[in-house]
Design a binder for this molecule. Structure first.
Ligand SMILES: Nc1nc2c(ncn2[C@@H]2O[C@H](COP(=O)(O)OP(=O)(O)OP(=O)(O)O)[C@@H](O)[C@H]2O)c(=O)[nH]1
Ligand SMILES: [Mg+2]
Length: 346
């Protein structure tokens, strides 16, 4: 792998240099504007841009796949393994202390040891952080923006994680910004007030709402709304430890193969509990993860660990209660920043 820094008068020129030197496959790790030191006021002070980019090297070498960890590999087992890795590098120790999966930190350690010939680099903070960022981005999958086409999305997960609120945020986004035809459906006739909550959002957004009390009714609603761009389905929060509740959910959602399930996970949940939730909800096919309540914690390593343990793409991140503002499309760079920016490196 090569990591290089480029400086140019503008972004276009910097990108041209990146492409020419590292090839079209290069990944941009960071960009920033450099201001020139102050001179006489009448002199123009043109700014320059700095781009740090990376690529696999040599070009013919295939990228190493990110480690695939067994779904049964739960957090408490990982902590027992951590002593097996050569962790003389203080940056790796910091990643471990922050709670990042020992398996992943071990992989980083192996990668870094490949640079031992240049010991100046190994201890270099900037180099290590760029390297970690690159590896984090490589390990994470994201869905990216949705392609055109009719979709039926369900929002599933434990109680109170933000399923209904996230559905409302996306409904607002799809209808107001993309002017798409949307129908809301709820199969949550379980919790008192759940239907009214979605009804309120439907009224504010001017969207139709359907209520399904069982499998057949749900199937009929989906058939009747087959011309819609999006059918967004709210579900009742389910206890991951109740097999009966999960089977009931599965019974309804598998009635139509077009239903894509998005598992909603709260950033405030502990690593071990998150792993249990993901494992137990996996009795349904899961299209993507949605991470909520990023604003209620300062620690994102637990969420990141689930992306490593159970390889599935991440679609959206939510960071507040405001509908529709507090939601954004997940990107690899954003996930890497969330994880790395909270670790005290000094
Ligand atoms: N701080 C914060 N609060 C959120 C976020 N998303 C949702 N909430 C709040 O979390 C609470 C629960 O949200 P709901 O959308 O009702 O959660 P749910 O998963 O549908 O809950 P159940 O249907 O009861 O399982 C509400 O007070 C929301 O405003 C978020 O990203 N940040
Ligand atoms: Mg709800």
């Amino acid at each position: 792998m090569q990591i290089k820094r480029f400086e140019a008068p503008d972004m276009q020129e910097a990108m041209r240099q990146v492409k020419e030197t590292l090839g079209p496959e290069a990944i941009i790790l960071s960009t920033k504007t450099i201001r020139r030191p102050a001179g006489p006021t009448w002199m123009p002070r043109p700014s320059r841009v700095e781009v740090v980019a990376a690529t696999d090297h040599p070009a013919t070498e295939k990228p190493k796949p990110a480690p695939r960890v067994s779904p049964l590999f739960l957090p408490q087992l990982e902590s027992q393994k951590s002593s097996a890795f050569p962790l003389e590098n203080p940056f790796l120790q910091k990643m471990l202390s922050a709670g990042i999966s020992a398996e992943f930190v071990g992989e980083l350690g192996k990668g870094l040891s490949g640079w031992k010939a240049d010991s100046r680099r190994e201890g270099n903070t900037e180099f290590c952080l760029h390297y970690f960022r690159w590896k984090l981005m490589e390990a994470v999958e994201v869905t990216g923006p949705e392609a055109e086409g009719a979709k039926v999305w369900s929002f599933i997960g434990p109680t109170g994680v933000g399923k209904t609120t996230t559905l409302a945020k996306l409904a607002a986004h799809f209808s107001l910004r993309l002017a798409q035809r949307i129908t809301l459906v709820t199969i949550d006739t379980y919790r008192i007030g759940a239907v009214d909550q979605l009804k309120t959002y439907a009224r504010i957004l001017g969207l139709p709402l359907e209520i399904a009390t069982g499998r057949e009714e749900f199937q009929e609603i989906l058939w009747n709304h087959r011309d819609q761009d999006w059918v967004l389905v709210d579900t009742a929060g389910r206890n991951p430890y109740s097999q009966e509740q999960l089977e009931e959910l599965k019974g309804i959602l598998t009635v139509d193969p077009r239903v894509e399930n998005h598992l909603v996970l709260s950033a405030t949940t502990k690593d071990f509990d998150l792993a249990q939730v993901v494992q137990r909800f996996s009795l349904l096919p899961i299209r993507s993860y949605i991470f909520t309540k990023l604003d209620e914690t300062d620690e994102y390593t637990s969420l990141f660990n689930q992306l490593l343990r159970f390889k599935r793409p991440l679609s959206y991140l939510t960071n507040g209660q405001k509908v529709p503002e507090d939601i954004e499309l997940a990107t690899k760079g954003k996930v890497a920043s969330l994880v790395l920016n909270r670790i005290p490196w000094n």
